[in-house]
Design a protein around this ligand. Structure first.
Ligand code: MLT
Length: 237
């Protein structure tokens, strides 16, 4: 495999399905905000994050997890009766330690769908940019497969903030020991704020979330999909 074949990029559910079919090691990116939420919740001790595509399915699944929490958003806000929305900052709490979280969001969980159990799907964002790149490189060499960085995108198609983040992750993948692709950490929040989804979140009152999501390497953790739930990739493996 030449270096240029090692890392591919795509956007949306079809790109994800193609990468799954080709057995790639996949990094799924929804920087605003689902990827950042999953990383933060696992980083603060949640036992697993179970992604489901619809609000109805989330409400049904919670009955199988009596100690679980319901989380997610529609139009940026928590659906009625949910314990949490999709603000990563709301998971900065001990209350979630050891507890599963059922998560449904407009784009991330819809793009993810229900992939086969054999798929290798990691979650990436700025919060874990170096850790996810290193984990993907490790799994890629272990499995002898290339890496696909997939932007979750939006209902309307491409999401600029996801593509920007995906390219930053690709820079780490191509040169893990080199300098990052951004000059100044402050630039990251500005880059996310000017996107369509960034401005929607500002209007909805979640500007602080964007600053939170723009922190590189806050967590040394990589979520991996295992038996239908995201758990931290075991660092000893
Ligand atoms: C999504 O999956 O659509 C996003 O994470 C939406 C959001 O900002 O909460």
């Amino acid at each position: 495999m030449s270096d240029s074949d090692l890392v591919a990029h795509g956007s949306g559910p079809q790109a994800l399905a193609d990468a799954v079919k080709q057995h790639h090691v996949i990094i799924l990116v929804d920087v605003l905000r689902a990827s950042s939420t999953i990383i933060t919740a696992l980083g603060n001790g949640a036992s697993q994050i179970i992604p489901v595509p619809t609000v109805e399915e989330a409400r049904e699944r919670i009955y199988h997890y009596p100690d679980g929490f319901l989380a997610g958003e529609r139009a940026a806000h928590p659906p009625a009766g949910f314990d949490y929305g999709n603000s990563p900052r709301s998971f900065l709490t001990d209350r979630i330690q050891g507890r599963p979280i059922i998560l449904t969001t407009s784009n991330f969980t819809r793009t993810l769908g229900k992939p086969p159990e054999s798929a290798t799907i990691l979650v990436g964002a700025f919060l874990n940019i170096d850790h996810v790149a290193n984990t993907a490189l490790h799994l890629s060499s272990k499995q002898g497969q290339p890496i696909s960085v997939i932007s979750a995108g939006s209902m309307q198609g491409i999401a600029a903030e996801d593509d920007f983040t995906s390219y930053q992750i690709m820079i780490r993948l191509r040169d893990p020991d080199g300098p990052p692709g951004y000059a100044d950490v402050g630039d990251l929040a500005r880059e996310l704020l000017v996107t369509r989804h960034g401005s929607l979140l500002v209007q909805a009152g979640y500007e602080e979330d964007i600053h939170f999501c723009a922190q590189p390497n806050r967590y040394k953790i990589t979520p991996i999909l295992h038996k239908g739930g995201f758990i931290p990739y075991p660092s000893s493996d």
